[in-house]
Design a protein around this ligand. Structure first.
Ligand code: SF4
Ligand code: SF4
Ligand code: SF4
Length: 198
């Protein structure tokens, strides 16, 4: 049987895929990754050189390793691509990234924040002890054994409270879905570090 060839993504498909995210950095990464998923024709220098570097810079922002220089460089790449790209795909990608860079939510990643709580390196999952009824549902669902604590047992005192071991947590989000008390929340790492430093 003949294998069906995958249809190349159109700009509309890329836009729809990017819109599944809220974070402008994540959205930009979707654009550049889809752009680079197809063979590079190399007709315009700023695109053939800059697009790979743009992907590296965006990944650095997502991974909380970026500095002001990464944003400046990204801005320059997008603006050069916008001017020089000979194809619509190159222009649309550059235009999209150029617009996102100017957003406050984009820049806040430099302070260790992802306001849309989507960049895993910028967030952590925590349990609010006052809301937790120690039902154990979160622990049952965590495949990474990142939740410590003991289910509440009647007539026993000295429970081990439920807590998330940050080093083991892969931030999959499964525990939040099952907690009936809304006791698990996503917190910006920058904010929690501020609290520790306070
Ligand atoms: S912008 Fe378009 S035409 Fe120019 S190198 Fe990139 S893919 Fe090729
Ligand atoms: S986010 Fe995922 S890995 Fe982390 S504690 Fe919850 S279920 Fe476990
Ligand atoms: S599911 Fe919610 S209420 Fe139950 S133990 Fe986990 S954090 Fe506590």
């Amino acid at each position: 049987m003949m294998e069906e060839k995958a249809r190349p993504m159109t700009m509309k498909d890329v836009q729809a895929k990017a819109e599944e995210k809220k974070c402008p950095v994540q959205q930009s990464l979707v654009f550049i990754e889809e752009f680079l998923a197809e063979p590079m024709c190399g007709r315009c220098f700023p695109c053939s050189m800059g697009s790979y570097e743009a992907r590296i810079r965006l990944r650095r922002i997502v991974e909380a390793q970026a500095t002001e220089e990464d944003i400046e460089r990204l801005q320059r790449i997008a603006s050069n691509m916008l001017k020089a790209s000979m194809c619509k795909k190159g222009k649309d990608t550059a235009q999209f990234i150029s617009e996102k860079i100017t957003m406050e939510e984009f820049r806040r990643h430099l302070n260790g924040e992802c306001p849309d709580m989507e960049c895993k390196s910028h967030i952590r999952f925590i349990i609010i002890p006052e809301r937790c009824t120690m039902c154990g549902l979160c622990k049952d669902v965590c495949k990474d054994n990142a939740i410590i604590g003991e289910k509440k047992k009647p007539f026993l005192s000295g429970y081990l409270p439920f807590e998330i071991a940050q080093k083991r947590c892969t931030k999959c989000g499964e525990c939040i879905k099952v907690c009936p008390e809304g006791a698990i929340i996503i917190e910006a790492i920058a904010v929690s570090e501020e609290k520790v430093g306070a």
